[in-house]
Design a protein around this ligand. Structure first.
Ligand code: C5P
Length: 326
C-alpha cells in the first residue's frame, strides 16, 4: 500500500499570541505543491519504519517519527491488533519549513487505514491527524487550506489557476519551536502579554487572553482572482524575520531571487527553505537556473500548486483501475 503526500508553502502565516498550551494562535493559508514523500505500508508485527532518500539520516525511525506516531495513534483509536512496517521515501527536505514530517504522518494515516481496513471517515482521520501535529490535517486535504487555531483547523479554499514556484533548499534545517521562540523574543511578547486582546475561551471555561493573529483576507481575495501578480503583493510570513535572524544567510538567497525577477520571495513556514513565485512556467525555469547558478543555496526545485493531499498511488488489495483518482 503506497500513499504519497505533498509538501506545502505558506502563502500567509499570521502569528498571534502564545497560548496556554504552548502553541501560537495562527492564521495560515497553505498551498500544497508538487513535491512528495511516499509511504509504503506493509503488514508486520509491531509498528516500525525505515527512512530513505533526501535527508533520511536526520529522520528518527522510532516514536520520534511522525509517521510512526500516526500509525500508533490509528492503531490505538481503532483497536487494531496487527502492526505495520512503514517505508518512507523522502523527497521533501527535513526541517525545511515544508511540512515534510506532516506529509509522512498524513500518508501513514491513509496507508494504514487502507491496510488495516479500518475505514475511518474524513473527520476521524482529520482529528487523529491534528493530534499528530498542527500541519498534518492540511497534508491530508491538500489544495489550498485556511488553518486557524494552532493551524490544525483547516477549511478548504477554492482556488482558480496554477501557481509556479522555485524552491531554494538550504543546507541544514531549522527547528520550528526555535523559530517560534525567536519570533516571541523579537516581538517582546509572551503568554498573556499585558495589553493583549481579546479573550478566547479555553476548554476549561477560563477566559484566556491571546493576541489574535491577523486575518488573511488579502491572500484569499488574490487567490479568487487567479493572479500571481496580485498574490505576490500580499504574501506574508510572520516567522520570516525570526528565521532570517537564526539563519542570516537566507537574506542573500531571498535578495538573489528578487534581483533575478521573482514576483515575490518568501521564507516557507519556519524556514529555511525560500520560495519564489513566478508568473509563468518559462519564468520559473529561467529563475531556477539563475538561483542555482548564483550559489546561494544547496539545491533548487521547481514546483507547482495547488495539488491534492495524501492519496493512494498503489494498492495491491485492489485492481489498478479501482484506485482513488480524487
Ligand atoms: O504542531 P507541531 O507539533 O508541528 O508543532 C511543533 C512546535 O512548533 C510546537 O511544539 C510549538 O513550539 C511550535 N508551534 C507553535 N504554534 C503553532 C504551531 C507550532 O508555537 N501554531
Amino acid at each position: 500500500m503506497t500513499v504519497r503526500a505533498p509538501a506545502k508553502i505558506n502563502l500567509f502565516l499570521g502569528v498571534g499570541g502564545l497560548r496556554r498550551d504552548g502553541y501560537h494562535a495562527v492564521t495560515n493559508v497553505a498551498q500544497a505543491v508538487s513535491l512528495y514523500d511516499e509511504v509504503t505500508a506493509r503488514a508486520a508485527r509491531g509498528v516500525s519504519a525505515a527512512v530513505r532518500g533526501e535527508g533520511a539520516g536526520a529522520v528518527p525511525s522510532g516514536l520520534g517519527n511522525l509517521a510512526v506516531r500516526a500509525a500508533e495513534a490509528l492503531r490505538a483509536y481503532a483497536g487494531v491488533q496487527s502492526g505495520v512496517h512503514l517505508e518512507i521515501r523522502k523527497t521533501i527536505p527535513v526541517a525545511a519549513g515544508l511540512a515534510g514530517g506532516s506529509a509522512d504522518a498524513a500518508a501513514a494515516l491513509v496507508a494504514c487505514d487502507r491496510l488495516w481496513r479500518t475505514g475511518l471517515d474524513r473527520d476521524a482521520l482529520t482529528s487523529l491527524a491534528a493530534d499528530c501535529g498542527s500541519d498534518v490535517p492540511f497534508a491530508l486535504s491538500g489544495g489550498v487550506g485556511l488553518g486557524t487555531g494552532r493551524g490544525e483547523q483547516v477549511s478548504p479554499v477554492l482556488v482558480a489557476g496554477e501557481y509556479h514556484w522555485v524552491l531554494a533548499f538550504a543546507s541544514g534545517g531549522l527547528s520550528t519551536p526555535a523559530v517560534y521562540s525567536e519570533f516571541d523574543r523579537l516581538q517582546g511578547i509572551g503568554a498573556f502579554s499585558p495589553g493583549a486582546q481579546p479573550a478566547v475561551a479555553s476548554p476549561d471555561g477560563i477566559a484566556q487572553v491571546v493576541t489574535e493573529p491577523p486575518p488573511a483576507d488579502g491572500v484569499l481575495s488574490a487567490l479568487r482572482h487567479a493572479d500571481a501578480g496580485l498574490l505576490a503583493d500580499v504574501l506574508r510570513n510572520d516567522l520570516a524575520a525570526a528565521a532570517v535572524r537564526l539563519r542570516p544567510d537566507l537574506s542573500r538567497t531571498l535578495d538573489a531571487g528578487r534581483e533575478m525577477g521573482a514576483l515575490a520571495a518568501i521564507v516557507s513556514g519556519s524556514g529555511p527553505t525560500c520560495a519564489f513565485l513566478t508568473a509563468t512556467r518559462d519564468e520559473r525555469i529561467r529563475l531556477a537556473a539563475g538561483i542555482a547558478g548564483a550559489g546561494v543555496c544547496r539545491a533548487v526545485q521547481q514546483v507547482s500548486g495547488p495539488v491534492p493531499g495524501a492519496r493512494v498511488v498503489s494498492d495491491p488489495q485492489r485492481s489498478p483501475t479501482a484506485l482513488d483518482s480524487s
